[in-house]
Design a binder for this molecule. Structure first.
Ligand SMILES: [Zn+2]
Length: 190
């Protein structure tokens, strides 16, 4: 699964030529190298094992009150255009004896965001990973994001925000739990 920087650089150089550019002009000389490094970083999540990201940051805690972490920044690449989509992710869960270290949820989001993605799938993957990692009673994830593939190409209005959510366990079964989640994250989806 490891990517090959040298090969990607050559491909980017070819791409520049196909786009009618001169890859040897001053501003572009280092571009293939920069693009290769950026793409490798932005897709690095697909080459990381989620278990290693999560394992050392789960703590035992006797609580079954809802935990909310909101406004986690999300930067990802849409798999249809390889253009960025970005926004915020809100995660709520009801623990059953184990909780996440705070920074780990952000790392989990990064790991799933740093790959070619669909916002819907990203939302699902995060909720399922949280559910599985701590055997939660329920999980809710909401992502609000803007997609440059729509904004820059004028396909949608400039300010449109795509909202996706994924609810599991009690968040799916109980309207009260779901409403508590939406109230706590401020329900800015409207
Ligand atoms: Zn797209």
């Amino acid at each position: 699964m490891a990517s090959n920087t040298g090969k990607i650089e050559k491909l980017v150089r070819k791409l520049l030529i196909e786009l009618g550019e001169d890859p040897d002009r001053e501003g572009l000389v280092k571009t293939p190298h920069r693009v290769a490094a950026a793409l490798e970083f932005l897709t690095s999540g697909s080459r990381i094992d989620p278990v290693t990201v999560i394992n050392d940051a789960i703590f035992t805690q006797k609580t079954n009150s809802m935990v909310i972490v909101k406004n986690i920044e999300v930067y990802s690449l849409c798999e249809h255009h390889m253009l960025p989509f970005f926004g915020r992710c809100h995660i709520g869960y009801v623990p059953s004896g184990r909780v996440f270290g705070l920074s780990k949820l952000a790392r989990l989001v990064d790991m799933y965001a740093r790959r070619l993605q669909l916002q819907e799938r990203l939302t699902e993957q995060i909720s399922q990973a949280v559910m599985k990692a701590i055997d939660a009673t329920g999980v809710g994830v909401m992502i609000e994001a803007r997609h440059l593939c729509m904004m820059m190409r004028g396909v949608e209005k400039q300010n449109s925000v795509m909202v996706t959510s994924s609810v599991l366990g009690t968040f799916r079964e109980s309207i009260a739990t779901r409403e508590e989640f939406l109230a706590l994250i401020g329900n800015r989806s409207t």
